[in-house]
Each structure stands twice: as C-alpha cells, then as structure tokens.
Design a protein around this ligand. Structure first.
Ligand code: ATP
Ligand code: MG
Length: 747
C-alpha cells in the first residue's frame, strides 16, 4: 500500500486506527498534517468511508487547499464531495445548503472584519452613539467574544452600565444584520451550531453522514468551535484530532488549549499517540526550538529528535537599524539563490507584525527580487475591489445596506449626504432596507436615488445567463467604476486590480467547475448556490493572496502567525527585539483564553517564536536591530530575551554578541537524548510480486479477535500457512497475527 509507505510505526498506527476518537499530540514537523491527510486517503481507498463521509477542518484557507491537493495526489478521486475546509468555510457551506432553516435569506452575504466595523459605525450613527465613550472597535471585540462563547445578547450577563449598553448594542447589531441579510465571521459558526441544535433531523443527518471527523491544529480551537465539533459528531462521534500545545498562538482570539484535555474526557479518548521524530528540520534548528520552548511552564512536554544531520548553525545578525537589517537579508538572499542554488520560493521572511514588512518590501523591490506578501492588505480588501464587490452583492441581495451605502454615491451621481440621511431615517422608521426605502421616498431627492435602484435592477437583468467572469466584467463596466478611475491620476493601478478581479472570477469558476451559469456539481446541496454567491463568499473568506503573483517564483513574506503549518528551506526570523518579538503588549501581561483562564502572554509569544523557528528545514537566520522606525517614530529596543534563550552551541554570531541583555541562564537539561535514533524499518506490509495466497479480509476491513477486541486490517506479509496479517487494534496497539491461527471474525 503505497499510501502507508514511509510512515514510521507511530504514524502508521495513527493513520490506520479503527473508528475511535484519538488525539495525536506531537511537536512541529513530526508529520501530524501528513498523518491526517494520509488517514483520509487510506479510509477512502480501503472503502471504510466514501468521500462524502469525511469532514476535515484546518485553520487557514492555504492549509485546506494544501490538504485537498495532498489527498488528490494520493487518490484519484473527486474531492468536491469531501468537506475539507476552515471552520468558517464549512459553516458557510452548511448554511448555504440550509439557509431557510437557519433563518437566513438564500443569498446572505458575509461581512469580513472591515465590513463588520463599518456596519457598526453606520449603526452608531443611526443610533446617535457617542463613539468616544463607546469605540466601535470595542463593540466588535465584545460581540465576537460573546459569540465565541455561544452567547446571544439575552445570555450575556451585564453587571454595570457599560456592559448593559454593550449588550443593547449587540442586540441592535443583530437586528441590523438580520434585516440586511448579512452574517459576520463568528456568526457563521454560531448560526451553524444553533442550526444543528434546533433541528434534530438535520443534526442526525450530518451525524450519520460524517463518519470520520478530522481536525488539524486542534490546540487553536476556541470554545464554540469545539462545541460545534462535538454537536456535529454526535453521540457515536469519532474525532481524530491532531495538535501541538506548544504551537497554541491564538489565545487572543479565544483559542483554548484546554480543549485537548476536555476532548479526551468528553470523547473518552483511549488513543493518545505521540510523534517525536521530526522530519522537517536539521538538528541545529530543532535543538534551538526544543531549548527555547523548554522555558515555558505547564507544557504537556515532548522532545523532538531527528535523523537529519546538524546542518548549518543558526546565523544571528545584529543590525544597527531596520534598514541595515533589510540590507543584510537581501545580501543573504542573493547568496542563497546565486551561490547555494535555492529558488526564491524556498525562502521565507517572517516577522511579528504586518507593519514590519514595509522596509523589507522596499529593500526587495530595490534589489529587483520578486516577492509575495501573505496577509497585510488582502486583495479582496482593497477599496476598489470592495466597491466592485458591493455592486455584485447588491445584485445578489439588495437588502445589504453596507454595500448600498458604499456605492450609492460612488462613483458620484449627485446624491447628497442629506438625501441619504433622509433615506436612512425612513428605512429605520419602517424597519426596511435602504434599497426598499428608496421606493417609498418622495420629492426631489428620490429621483437620483431611484436612478441608482434602476441601475442595480438593470444590471441584474443584463447579466442573466452570463458566465461568472463575464458577469463580473459587465457589472464593473456598468457601475461606472472604470470610467471614474480613468479620471483619477492614480487610477491606473485600481483599474488593473479591477481587471484582476475579473481574472479571479474566471479562475474561481474554472477551479469550481462552473461553466456558463450552470454549477457542475453533484450534490444537491451545492446546486442551491449560485456561482456569484459562491464567489462572493469566497471573496469574504479567502485570504485572497492568490490573485497576484500566483505561480511566480517569489520570496515569501508573512507574519509568524500566518506561517503556522508551513515549511521552507530557508527562513529569516526578523525583528528579534524586546517590544517587537515578544510584542510590547505581552510583556508583564496575561490574557484571557476562551474559558477565561489566564494565559501568560510572554509564553504565548514564545510559542509563536517556536512556530517561527520550526518552519525552517535547512537554514535559519535570526536578526534584530538596535533601532527601527515604527508607526512614524524611531524606537530603540533591546535584544529579545528569546535570542538569549537559544543554546549557544548552535549559534553563529555574524556580529559580535553584545552583553547588554542579562542572560536568563539556560541549562542544557533535556537535550540528552539528542540525535538518538529510534530506527524503524518502515516497510510494514510489503510483499513481493510472486503468486500470492488469497487475503481473507481486504485491507481496511474491521475484524474482531477474542483477546484484542476489534481492529482494522492494515497489511499482509508472507504466504501460505505463513500468511500474517497486521491489525490495528487501536488502544490495544498494532499486532501481527498468523491468519491461520488468529481466529478472526469480520465485523
Ligand atoms: P506542524 O506542527 O508545523 O504543522 P506537522 O506535524 O503537521 O508540522 P507535517 O507538515 O505533516 O508536520 O510534516 C513535516 C514534514 O515532514 C513534511 O515535509 C512531511 O512530508 C515530512 N514527513 C512527515 N513524516 C514523514 C515520514 N515518515 N517520512 C518522511 N517525511 C516525513
Ligand atoms: Mg501541520
């Protein structure tokens, strides 16, 4: 079975586990994601489940794409029926299929973080809220936090006037979203969770459908996500969770490492598998990572080892300034590419905050080195793209007031602020959307507003029957946006971007199999979604980083957060300064995790540094600057404590190490089994091409054994009377048994 080749014994055991819940708790680069994808492929290949019976959830769009890609290279199947995606993506899929039961309009739109903030600002205006006293952003946090605890306004306890006000605003916000047919990110989850709770038939349908649920990066799930998984999996639920407590980096968004322990209790998990061999990084990188993370308290505790050689030492550079740091990096990148044969995409530049990328980008640009930035201002968040999307959304759902407000007078069509205020008042009074409100308007201001409504309705008429890309093209043209930007001196880039949006629609349609206006999908639930609607969801949910520069060989820039789960041959971790990394907000602080438990903020930063270091496969460079320009001022920082927590013997100082930071005093304990070699044969079930004895049970079959209980057939070995079968008995372990003696029964 080529799927199982190259797995070590623990990985093999994990991949082939019987249908029982399991927690794979393992360090960076130990093959957790590999095991998870191999398990999906194995379950399907051996007929234990069809593609439609699998649900796998990961943290980012990039990771879920990668997962689908890996599965489709292992198995020639259509991956569309499989539910693989992010929590948001999967919840969206469910709500699209059951919009009515979920109490949503069919073409509900998704608000991204930016949209959510502007929706709240708009609401504050209508309600006359003092934004000094109640900053809109605080309401965003309040609402997200409440939703992530599964709390609706009526469930939130408020003990003081401020909180009572927040709850009232939360309530008003909900009413506004409902009226406009829009949902924010946390609403996707909560809605889907409540849908499953309220609708027994639906719940049972999904519970029996998803025989296998698999979760990557489990350590970063929040309370609501955990309960969603629990509800979806049901009483007979089987969840295969993989994670690493040392890589939990989202406590600030409510992630809850304690979900691991709770999962083990709730699901009575008997299978806890550890993977300790690292296949990603050279020895020095791993040693540095182990050493660093040992400074955290309360770890579940694990040590990684590798068979790979030590590799190059970590190169540490102290720059005079951020400019100097960038120059050093450019110099090294050139060496890596020109002298050491790496390609640009082998190289990643990591930083703590997006604001740090500007100087690096400038330097790369000046050196004419192609690069690509993940995160930052995403393609779909650019103003001109937002405008175009607003028109498209109005075609789909005219009650979307956010979109209406954005473009009713953009490009300008002589609609005054006064008219819009009147319209707003009327709509509020009547409890209807702005679009509908226009119909009730009278007098002079009504005329120009009505023209806008007619424009939208005309567009809707004109795009009927068009393919997705043509439709987007047509709407951009008819909106007057192109014409508007042609007059603008800096409009050229914006027009380029609008054209890129048409391309994005075309490649989305191709990737999703949409031709003309017919969705080419098999499952009923998907037929309900129009390509436009699907594309708009994609625009809200997708990081959008694939629009430009895709496929080009480019140096990769991203925050350490965004790098989670990824790997690169050469990694630069930049800005290792106190106040930058660890972030200034973390020092001396703790924060609240999803369950209100206190999380030491510097420990969280240390885990983030651990994530950053463990992305490197071969070469790791770490740099810091004595001064840097940040948010418009020059700031002086000390070297990060994390640098001093790395073991001296793996470091090569490219600049003299200065003694200005008190050494925290590390010890080398724990590195004792360094380089030890567990040595495994890795070829569990190979047999030659000779005439073979018939195998009584196909691979993947469930069998029962008097002593070991039930298990799953994994492999065969030997011939004739010597025929042996390998069975994974879950908690009883992996066994080789003589077929002639074992008295197996098929289950
Ligand atoms: P992270 O914690 O960073 O998400 P991970 O545990 O998910 O890491 P993977 O990304 O699955 O690790 O694997 C790391 C690398 O090691 C990948 O390149 C993977 O292909 C490789 N790898 C994993 N297991 C093996 C194996 N048994 N033999 C060879 N290579 C392996
Ligand atoms: Mg992974």
């Amino acid at each position: 079975m080529s799927l199982l080749e190259n797995l070590n014994p623990e990985q093999l055991a994990a991949v082939t586990l019987p249908r029982e819940s399991a927690l794979i708790l393992a360090g960076a680069g130990s093959g957790k994601t590999k095991v998870l994808t191999a398990r999906i492929a194995w379950l399907i290949q051996t007929g234990q489940v069809g593609p439609g019976g699998v649900l796998a959830v990961t943290f980012t769009n990039k990771a879920s794409k990668e997962m689908l890609h890996r599965i489709s290279t292992m198995l020639p199947i259509n991956t569309r029926a499989m539910w693989v995606g992010t929590f948001h993506g999967l919840c969206n899929r469910m709500l699209r299929a059951h919009w009515k039961d979920a109490g949503l309009p069919q073409a509900f739109q998704i608000l991204d973080t930016q949209d959510q903030l502007s929706a709240i600002k708009r609401m504050f205006k209508v309600l006359n809220i003092d934004t000094e006293k109640f900053p809109p952003k605080q309401l965003v946090y309040f609402i997200s936090a409440a939703k992530e605890q599964g709390l609706r306004p009526k469930d939130v306890e408020a003990h003081d006037e401020y909180h009572r006000m927040m709850v009232r605003l939360y309530e008003a916000y909900e009413a506004q979203c409902q009226r406009e047919g829009v949902v924010d990110f946390s609403e996707l989850l909560l809605r889907s969770f409540e849908l499953l709770g309220a609708n027994a038939a639906l719940r049972e349908h999904y519970q029996s459908r998803f025989k296998y649920i698999l979760v990557d990066e489990f350590q970063d799930t929040n309370t609501l996500q955990y309960h969603w998984l629990k509800r979806l999996s049901g009483p007979q639920g089987c969840i295969f969770a993989v994670g690493d407590d040392d890589q939990s980096i989202y406590a600030f968004r409510g992630a809850r490492v304690a979900n691991m322990a709770q999962f083990e209790r709730d699901f009575d998990v008997q299978n806890r598998i550890k993977l300790e061999q690292n296949y990603r990084s050279v020895g020095n990188v791993l040693k540095a990572a182990n050493h660093l993370i040992a400074n955290n308290k309360g770890r579940l505790g694990k040590e990684l080892w590798t068979e790979a050689g030590e590799g190059e030492p970590l190169r540490v550079y102290e720059a005079v300034s951020d400019q100097d740091e960038a120059a050093f990096i450019i110099d090294r990148i050139k060496k890596l590419i020109n002298e050491e044969g790496y390609s640009r995409s082998d190289i990643a530049l990591l930083y703590r905050s997006n604001a740090q990328s500007r100087v690096l980008e400038q330097a790369l640009f000046n050196a004419a080195i192609p690069y690509r930035v993940y995160g930052g201002l995403r393609f779909f968040e650019r103003a001109e793209i937002k405008h175009a999307l607003a028109y498209l959304r109005l075609l789909d759902n005219a009650d979307d007031d956010n979109s209406f407000s954005r473009v009713v007078n953009f490009p300008t069509r002589g609609i005054g602020a006064r008219s819009i205020e009147m319209l707003q008042d009327l709509a509020t009074q009547q409890g209807i959307s702005l679009f509908r409100g226009v119909r009730l308007m009278e007098g002079r201001p009504a005329a120009s507003l009505q023209k806008f409504n007619e424009l939208i309705e005309r567009m809707r008429f004109e795009v009927r029957g068009l393919g997705l890309a043509e439709l987007v093209d047509k709407v951009i043209e008819a909106s007057g946006l192109i014409e508007h930007f042609q007059k603008d001196r800096e409009g050229e880039d914006r027009i380029e971007n609008l054209k890129e949006l048409v391309n994005a629609a075309a490649s989305f349609a191709a990737a999703e199999g949409y031709y003309q206006d017919k969705p080419a999908t098999e499952t009923d639930e998907e037929k309900l979604i129009s390509p436009l609607n699907d594309f708009l969801s994609h625009a809200s949910l997708e990081a959008g980083d694939n629009a430009a520069a895709a496929g080009q060989d480019a140096v990769q820039l991203m925050t350490a957060h965004a790098a989670k789960g990824l790997e690169f041959k050469c990694v630069f971790v930049t800005g290792l300064e106190e106040g930058i990394f660890p972030h200034e907000n973390s020092i001396g602080n703790s924060m609240q995790a999803g369950d209100g438990a206190s999380v030491d903020a510097v420990e969280e930063e240390r885990r983030l540094m651990y994530v950053a270091i463990t992305r490197a496969r071969e070469q790791l460079f770490i740099s810091h600057a004595q001064q840097r320009m940040l948010h418009g001022q020059i700031r002086y920082h000390m070297r990060s404590r994390f640098l001093d927590e790395l073991p001296e013997e793996v470091i090569k100082w490219l600049t003299p190490k200065r003694a200005h930071v008190a050494s925290q005093g590390w010890n080398n304990a724990g590195a004792g089994d360094w380089g030890s070699n567990a040595g495994f044969s890795g070829n569990g079930g190979g047999y030659g091409g000779k005439k073979t004895t018939p195998r009584p049970y196909p691979i993947g079959t469930g069998v029962a054994h008097a002593r070991f209980g039930s298990g799953v057939v994994v492999a065969y070995e030997g011939e004739g009377d010597e025929l042996r079968v390998q069975i994974n008995f879950g908690k009883q372990g992996m066994k080789w048994l003589m077929v002639s003696l074992a008295k197996l029964e098929k289950v």
